[in-house]
Structures are given as C-alpha cells and as structure tokens.
Design a protein around this ligand. Structure first.
Ligand SMILES: NC(=O)c1ccc[n+]([C@@H]2O[C@H](COP(=O)([O-])OP(=O)(O)OC[C@H]3O[C@@H](n4cnc5c(N)ncnc54)[C@H](OP(=O)(O)O)[C@@H]3O)[C@@H](O)[C@H]2O)c1
Length: 358
C-alpha cells in the first residue's frame, strides 16, 4: 500500500520537525539524506515507523540503487523535498546548483516515478533584495541576491514552475518559509542561520572575557536597524503548516508563503535576546552611530563572526500569506511572541553551557 511519506533533508532543522509530526500521527516515513535523522526522546536513533536510506540528492535516483529506488517509489504517497545546501559561504549560485537545482530535478523525478504529489520547500528569500510586498505569484522581479544560496533556491523554484505548467506533471506545491527558529534548540543550533548564531557569538565573547577575569563586558553593538523586522517562525509551526497543506489536494499547483501574520521586529528580538542573557548584552545600532563611534575590537569580532547574516538585519520586504490563510486558516503559523523567543533563547544558552560543563 502507498502509505509512506518521503522526506529528503529529514536530518535537517525543518526535516526533523516534519518527521516528528508524521511519526506522531502514526505515518511511516522514508528519510532520504546522508546522515540518519536524530530524533529527541529516550531512543533517539530509532523509531519503528522511520526508515532511513543514505541518499545524495545531487545524484540521479538520489544515488540509490535501482531496486531500492523502485521499492521506495512503489510505497510512496507523498514526497517532501527539503534537502538543500543552506550555508551562505559562496556569493554566486554555481557551487550550490548540484544540490539546490539538480537535487530538485531528481526529487521531481522520484515523485513522478512514484506518481505522488511533490511538496518542495523553497524559501521566502527567493525574493532576494526585493524590498516591498512580495506575493505568492511573484518570483522573478529583477531582484538581486545576497548570496549563492538565495540565487540557487530561486533557480530550483524556477525550474519547478516550468514543470508545474506541463500537463502531465504530478501535483507540485511550493512552500516558501521565512526564517525558521527551533523552539527546543540544542547547543548545535548556534551553527544554524538565525538568532542562535548571534546568541552563540555574543556568549562566546562573554565567556572569553570572563575567562580573562573581565566580568563587566559592555553592551555590544550589532550593525542593524531596530525599526526593521524578520520573518521568524517556529519549526514546529512550519511542520504543522506543511502537514496541513499536504493533506489538502487543493494545495497542488499553489505557492504558500510560510510566514507569520506579522514579522518579528528587530526591537522585540533585541529585548528577547537580552532577557535571555539576564542583562543587556547586545543592541542594534545604525550606520550613523557606527560612523561616529567605530566598532570596538569585540564588536568588530562579533561582526566578523556573523558577516553573512548582516544583510538580513535591515529588511523591509513584506510577504503575503493569502494562500496559506485561505487553505489553512489565519491561525496557522502564529507570530512568535517575545516570551516564546526568550524561552527558546534561554534554552539555547542553557544547552550551550551544559555542553561546556566538565
Ligand atoms: N532553516 C530556515 O530558516 C529555512 C528557511 C527557509 C527555507 N528553508 C529551506 O528548508 C529546507 C530545509 O532547511 P533546513 O534549515 O532544515 O536545512 P539544514 O538544517 O541545513 O538541513 C539540510 C538538509 O539537507 C540535507 N542535504 C544537504 N545536502 C544533501 C545532499 N547532497 N543529499 C541529500 N541530502 C542533503 C541534509 O542532510 P545530510 O547532511 O544528512 O545529507 C539536511 O537534512 C531547505 O530547502 C531550505 O532551503 C529553511
């Protein structure tokens, strides 16, 4: 019986949340990624409904042998394609294309072979540096991209729009999440894009100052606009939305921007950040302030550690969520509150200090 859900990228931040939702519903899941997904709980490695196969999406048939590939296709009812290279190391798309474009082509081939709908997880940042309203129907508005990741995700999504127009295609749905924040982060979350990276960088500077006997570190300034905002959403809420939308056949052929009704202001983010530290630790400051008072050595170090992400601290783009509202309701994907963000940040700092403890 075709009852399995395939998830490429199931070992990643979003994949783990999606995997957990389906397993909790009693659905068997086939995880396709290079490392086995680690689940939380008493027996993190295994679950009777989880079937992991080593797979590399950059390869035809995802690198699976023909027999395994055919067996997977025979039992798959739905394909979620999440696997992607998500770092911001390279400025242009070329080095990302084997995963973020060819990987999309291979995931579509798998869905076609399985005759199963494809749910592709793109990103809201296919908008690049577009600074006004960005709608579900928008894609190529002549925008520029901040890095090769954004550009490659744009190319991967563009390829699928071509495939969606073909009459023989399986149903294809495109999801564009904003910036995903783990509600229950681990110490390792400091390596992922988003607020934990900044928390980790500031915590490191505070640790090393403390180790040198300096307990009164000044508040560090981060170059950014307090009036700007970020499209933050929690990982479990994204997974809820994906599961809900995938359960509705009408989602086929549509684009969903998985963003909260309101973005999170940088001001609120700063407050939650400092509350998690239990004292003022960092604050946003604009270009003008930095030109009057240049960065001190610690601030310069912080800026270096967070360079690829600096471009996201002055956002004015607004993403519409009309398709999400009409198919899943206005309550789906709520705006993270200050208290929720503070709790997640505190949990990250606690996990981080636990890892450090001898
Ligand atoms: N996190 C966000 O804020 C965010 C926002 C918008 C959109 N998205 C999109 O959501 C999706 C998941 O993102 P994420 O944050 O969960 O990313 P992530 O934590 O970096 O995980 C990436 C996943 O892709 C897999 N992967 C990478 N290269 C692969 C390859 N060659 N073959 C097979 N699997 C490969 C990784 O698995 P292995 O290393 O085990 O192979 C991992 O499971 C991506 O498509 C991303 O563009 C994420």
């Amino acid at each position: 019986m075709k009852e399995h859900i395939v998830i490429t990228g199931a070992s990643g931040l979003v994949g783990r949340a999606l995997l957990s939702k389906y397993l909790a519903q009693g659905c068997p899941v086939i995880a396709l990624c290079r490392k086995p997904p680690i689940l939380t709980g008493p027996d993190p490695a295994s679950h009777p409904l989880l079937f992991w196969h080593w797979a590399d999406v950059s390869l035809p048939r995802l690198g699976l042998d023909p027999v395994t590939y055919a067996e997977i296709c025979a039992k798959t009812q739905l394909v979620f394609h999440l696997a992607a290279r998500t770092d911001f190391k390279d400025a242009t798309a070329a080095s990302y294309l084997p995963v973020n474009l060819a990987g999309v082509e291979h995931a579509l081939a798998l869905a076609q072979e399985a005759k199963a709908p494809l749910h592709h997880v793109s990103t809201a940042f296919v908008c690049g540096d577009w600074s006004n309203e960005f709608r579900e129907i928008d894609l190529d508005l002549g925008q520029h991209f901040r890095n090769g990741y954004e550009e490659s995700k744009f190319l991967g999504e563009s390829f699928l729009h071509g495939a969606m127009a073909a009459p023989s295609s399986v149903p294809i749905t495109i999801h564009r999440p904003g910036i995903v924040v783990e509600r229950n982060p681990s110490a390792g979350s400091g390596k992922t894009f988003g607020p934990f990276l900044f928390l980790d960088a500031v915590a490191r500077l505070r640790d090393s100052a403390e180790a040198k006997g300096n307990t009164t570190l000044p508040v560090l300034r981060v170059q950014g606009n307090r009036q700007a905002h970020l499209p933050l959403i929690f990982d479990d809420a994204v997974a809820d939305a994906l599961v809900r939308l995938a359960a509705q056949p009408e989602s086929g052929g549509q684009v969903f921007q998985l963003v909260a009704p309101q973005p999170v202001s940088n001001e609120l983010l700063e407050d939650a950040f400092n509350e998690a530290f239990g004292q003022p630790a960092a604050r946003f400051a604009g270009d003008e302030e930095f030109s009057h008072q240049p960065a001190n050595p610690l601030e310069a170090l912080l800026a270096r550690k967070t360079t690829p992400y600096a471009a996201y601290l002055d956002l004015s783009v607004r993403f519409t969520r009309r398709n999400l509202n009409s198919l899943a309701g206005a309550k789906m994907l709520p705006t993270p509150t200050r208290a929720e963000l503070t709790r997640a940040f505190q949990a990250f700092l606690a996990a981080r200090s636990q890892r450090k403890a001898p």
